[in-house]
Design a protein around this ligand. Structure first.
Ligand SMILES: Nc1ncnc2c1ncn2[C@@H]1O[C@H](COP(=O)(O)OP(=O)(O)OP(=O)(O)O)[C@@H](O)[C@H]1O
Length: 694
């Protein structure tokens, strides 16, 4: 016996199918689907049934056939799940026969979803399950949203689905990516996000399936390269187009994939494949302009050799999915928090959406051996971020070697980086020394504070990067080296180049892609970070009183995550009970938090924050003001917050260094770089030039 609601639903379907398609309540796509269900598949809307489920062997067999698809889709599905941030939904990957291959959902929802027939192996083809997002998308081969009452069977009318087809390089549908929610509020923008994820998966599949082809990434705007909007052509050594993505088709104005594939690279562009490969190498894989043949339209492009050819140099693809990034624990389907952990490599907290995007972008380009340049204030986690990239890259079994160019005396950087032969100079170790570059062979070299690299050594470093060979000091022998380079700076590198302090060619060589890490005060996940670091430091559940939390939330954190960790560590030591309160917060911190100006509004990570007005009391020293003009907005913000901290500690350098968790020397260097002058008197008594402690 049907409930009243179900009965009405059944009547409505029968009425609309019987009396024609022109019903404003229901879209044409849904009416057509209902008609197919009744007329073609002989389904009865009155029957109550769950979709059939494949046996375990059948499911394993489908998964095996879709192995590459699954490997490429899992991580993108996890990212999508986190972006949608709704515990009521499931992200689902569906085979062309309608069976669910993989699902990401909160563990707590799993049972309820299963009761509705949503589980791996369940067959949601339109023929089996009536009108629904997954099955109907497979039939229409277009993005579709199926809202609650649009479903054919009344058992599904609590669900809302948005589904997008995933196509191969021939334009054929090979799977459907679907988001199904128990809430009616699946937003319109979800369909856009799902579409972008599907494009991402298609791009990854191109890489994975065209291992022997050259990849040409292009777009009319250089910043769109390596994003979901890029055009991508896979080209054989002789210039034949092997495959392309939809953006390429659209940007180049081809009507079909077949038409595009019938063309050759030099029919499409004014340059030959060889020329564009050469120019990409010369520009250190920075986008170069390229013109459409027979037209004046200009694009920017990066051309790359096939990874199969590159892998001859070393075990490039060991442990990694072809061309793509390594997907940890990809064999075991993960859900909920575990799924979120999967994308959050090692200790990296990726609760901030901007940061998460940056991490995904950097992971992608690192898989292509493109160098990454990180920007971020002190303690914002540049090294932690670099390590996380290494840990999930193809070289994760190799070493991660970090060098801080600012903390090494200039005279030592050369031997530290390049190493030396036995007896190369007085004082050298007898057996010689392997430099950091060679130590990083087959792994990652992280060059922190790269802006402090002396000019003379910049030329040597550039040679190493170009030739992939190192000659240790005092030696005549070149040693080959293969490494991924990540560098970091909190200084404006472009400005250093403009002022002649950094080589332009090296800058472009390092800056394959630029990633800006947000300051702690701008992070959207600041509250969660405070709590997760607190639990880490305490090692056991420890509560934070609302007042203490309010102080920690409003403090500007000039020393970022490092400073936060140090302060929390101190608070944990001071606390005897099970709640951290105001009494455990250092007084200086509470005062600074109370007096803190409105922090600058959070900005997307790639956009530098607007420079806040300098506090009235900033040093008015004329020379430093001129130098201040050279500071970038990030540094201006850092400068203002550092001055605030100095105020809090009455300009006592030792105390400020301690609060930031850095050495006095590092702090002095930082003050110098940020044009915060200290007189010799102030160095003795901790008072800045022209300023008095309160
Ligand atoms: N994502 C994170 N999650 C938790 N803690 C973090 C994270 N990132 C950084 N930290 C903490 O902050 C400290 C400083 O991080 P890291 O050394 O990566 O910063 P940095 O930006 O490289 O600093 P600097 O510019 O001074 O070299 C780490 O030792 C760690 O305690």
């Amino acid at each position: 016996m049907l409930s009243l609601e179900a009965g009405n639903h059944v009547d409505r379907i029968r009425r609309i199918v019987q009396y024609g398609m022109d019903n404003p309540e229901v879209s044409a796509a849904v009416t057509l689907s209902w008609t197919r269900c009744i007329n073609d598949y002989g389904l009865d809307p009155e029957s109550k049934r769950l979709p059939p489920v494949l046996t375990q062997t059948e499911l394993l067999e489908r998964r095996e056939r879709s192995r590459i698809l699954l490997a490429e889709a899992r991580q993108e599905m996890n990212i999508l799940y986190q972006q949608l941030a709704d515990p009521e939904l499931a992200v689902v990957l569906v085979h062309t026969d309608g069976s669910i291959l993989h699902m990401v959902a909160a563990a707590s929802l799993e049972h309820n979803l299963s009761m509705l027939g949503l589980r791996p192996g369940a067959v949601w083809s339109e023929e089996q399950a009536g009108t629904n997002g997954m099955g109907t998308c497979l039939v229409v081969a277009e993005p579709i949203a199926i809202q609650q009452n649009d479903h054919f069977f009344s058992s599904h009318i609590r669900l809302t689905c948005s589904a997008v087809p995933i196509k191969d390089q021939h334009g054929d549908v090979i799977a459907v990516l679907d988001v199904t929610s128990r809430s009616a509020l699946l937003q319109q923008h979800s369909l856009v996000l799902i579409g972008m994820t599907a494009r991402m998966i298609e791009n990854r599949l191109l890489d994975a399936t065209c291992q022997k082809a050259h990849a040409i990434h292009f777009h009319s705007r250089p910043e769109s390269i390596y994003t979901v909007h890029e055009g991508k052509l896979m080209v054989d050594g002789d210039g034949t187009i092997v495959a392309a993505n939809h953006s390429a088709l659209f940007q180049l104005g081809f009507a079909s994939m077949a038409e595009l594939r019938a063309s050759r690279f030099d029919d499409i562009f004014q340059s030959s494949l060889e020329t564009i490969l050469q120019r990409s190498l010369q520009s250190s894989f920075h986008p170069v302009p390229i013109y459409r043949a027979g037209a004046s339209s200009r694009f920017f492009a990066i051309a790359q050799h096939p990874p199969m050819a590159m892998s001859a140099a070393g075990p490039e693809l060991h442990g990694a999915t072809p061309r793509g990034i390594v997907i940890p624990a990809a064999a075991a389907p993960l859900r909920g928090k575990a799924a979120a952990d999967l994308a959050a490599a090692s200790e990296l907290e990726l609760g901030d959406a901007g940061l998460r995007e940056q991490f995904a972008l950097a992971s992608r380009v690192i898989a292509r051996r493109v160098p990454v340049l990180l920007y971020g204030e002190t303690g914002s986690g540049k090294e932690v971020f670099a390590r996380a990239l290494h840990d999930q890259g193809a070289r994760r079994d190799g070493p991660f070697v970090a060098v801080n160019c600012a903390s090494l005396p200039e005279s030592l950087i050369e031997s530290e980086l390049f190493g030396y032969r036995a007896g190369a100079f007085t004082g050298a170790q007898r057996q010689g020394r392997k430099g950091k570059i060679l130590q990083a062979d087959n792994g990652t070299l992280f060059l922190d504070e790269i802006g402090d690299m002396p000019l003379a050594l910049q030329a040597r470093l550039l040679r190493v990067l170009d030739e992939r060979k190192v000659t240790p000091l005092g030696s005549e022998t070149c040693i080959s080296v293969e490494l991924q380079l990540i560098s970091a700076s909190h200084r404006n590198m472009a400005e250093l180049v403009r002022r002649g302090l950094f080589r332009e060619d090296l800058y472009y060589r390092l800056n394959g892609v630029e990633v800006r890490l947000p300051a702690l005060r701008d992070r959207a996940d600041k509250r969660e970070l405070i709590h997760s670091l607190l639990q880490e430091e305490a090692g056991a559940p420890l509560r934070l009183s609302p007042q203490a939390e309010a102080i920690l939330m409003s403090y500007p954190w000039p020393g970022n995550l490092r400073q936060l960790r140090h302060i929390l560590r101190t608070m944990v030591v001071l606390c005897d009970g099970d709640t951290l309160g105001l009494q455990h917060i250092p007084a200086s911190l509470s005062e600074a938090a109370v007096n803190a100006p409105e922090p600058p509004a959070a900005v997307p990570a790639m956009i530098a924050p607007p420079a806040p007005a300098a506090p009235e009391s900033l040093p008015a020293d004329a020379a430093s003001m001129t130098m201040m003009d050279a500071l970038n907005p990030l540094q201006v913000t850092e400068r203002a917050t550092l001055i605030q901290l100095l105020d809090t500690y009455r300009w006592n350098i030792s105390n400020v260094a301690k609060a930031l968790g850095i050495s006095r020397n590092t702090l002095y260097r930082k003050l110098h770089r940020l044009c915060i002058p200290l007189s010799s008197q102030s160095e003795q008594d901790g008072v800045a030039a022209g300023r008095q402690g309160p």
